[in-house]
Design a protein. Sequence first.
Length: 166
Amino acid sequence: MTDKRIDIVKGAILLEHKGKALYESVTETTKIEGVKELFKMLVREEQKHINLLTKQYSRILKGQSPDASDLEQGDATVTAAIISSEVVKEVHGAGYEAAVISAALEFEKNAVNFYSKQAEEAESEGEQKLYRWLVRWEKTHMMILAKLDNEIREQIWYDNQFWPLD
């Protein structure tokens, strides 16, 4: 693995730290319990990614290939489905919580794009598996947030009667 690969993993770790910091700030500032729970779940997910990437970084520094053998399978959609209905009921208008959900969605889209690119350019099978795993997880986050963002937007439109007149 070249120095470029080391820089990519360091960039990935930084990306995950930024996401975690954003999500932690939401858990500390929102008063809406459903939003708080959603972002706590995202904080836990980002910490898993940080731990995994840090482990891979250590392997790379030792001249070893990334090890994708212990990548866990699963997703957070069950938790998010429960949270989603709670959040939509509690988020009103285009306020803070609606804005941070949209911002988090964009952050996750950027992460998906970053990891997808790295998977395409991977130099080894281990790298490729690692980045594809991260793409799957970030896509799960992205889909949860997109669904929530759409539901909130629909609710805002409904509440404000933003429908075409006949």
